[in-house]
Design a protein around this ligand. Structure first.
Ligand code: 5GP
Ligand code: ZN
Length: 113
C-alpha cells in the first residue's frame, strides 16, 4: 500500500529511526514521542487491524514487543512502560497500519498518556 507511511518505513523508502528488526517485524522510534524512547513495533506487511494479522505473525509481533520492553526501559532508564494498540479510528488509530506503542513511564510523570 504505497500511501502508507509505515509501509514506506518498512520498505526503506522513507527513513525511520529503527531500533529492532525480526524477519517480519520492525521497531522504530515514534516521530512525535509521548515520552523519550517511545517506540512503535509493526508487522512489515500491511494490516489495518489487529484481527487481520495472521496468528504466526501476531506471535512474532508480540514476541518482539516482549523482547523490546526491557531494552526500551533500560535505554531511557524508565520505571515502567505502557504497551498498547489503538485498534481502529474510534480508538484513536491515526496510522492505518497495525502498530504497538511502547511508551516509557517514569515515577511521578503525571498519569497515563
Ligand atoms: P496511532 O494514533 O495511530 O495509534 O499512533 C500513530 C503514531 O505514529 C503516533 O504516535 C505518531 O506520532 C506516529 N507517527 C506518525 N507518522 C509517523 C512517521 O512518519 N514516522 C514515525 N516514526 N512515527 C510516526
Ligand atoms: Zn502499511
Amino acid at each position: 500500500m504505497s500511501d502508507c507511511i509505515f509501509c514506506a518505513i518498512a520498505s526503506g523508502d522513507i527513513p525511520g529511526r529503527i531500533v529492532h528488526e525480526t524477519e517480519h517485524t520492525l521497531a522504530f522510534l515514534d516521530v512525535n514521542p509521548l515520552a523519550p524512547g517511545h517506540t512503535l513495533v509493526i508487522p512489515k506487511d500491511h494490516y489495518a487491524r489487529l484481527d487481520e494479522v495472521p496468528a504466526d505473525l501476531s506471535e512474532e509481533l508480540f514476541g518482539a514487543v516482549s523482547d523490546l520492553v526491557p531494552r526500551v526501559e533500560d535505554a531511557v532508564d524508565a520505571d515502567a512502560t505502557n504497551v498498547g494498540i489503538n485498534n481502529g479510528p474510534a480508538a484513536g488509530q491515526e496510522v492505518d497500519h497495525v502498530h504497538v506503542h511502547i511508551v516509557p513511564r517514569f515515577e511521578g510523570d503525571g498519569g497515563a498518556p
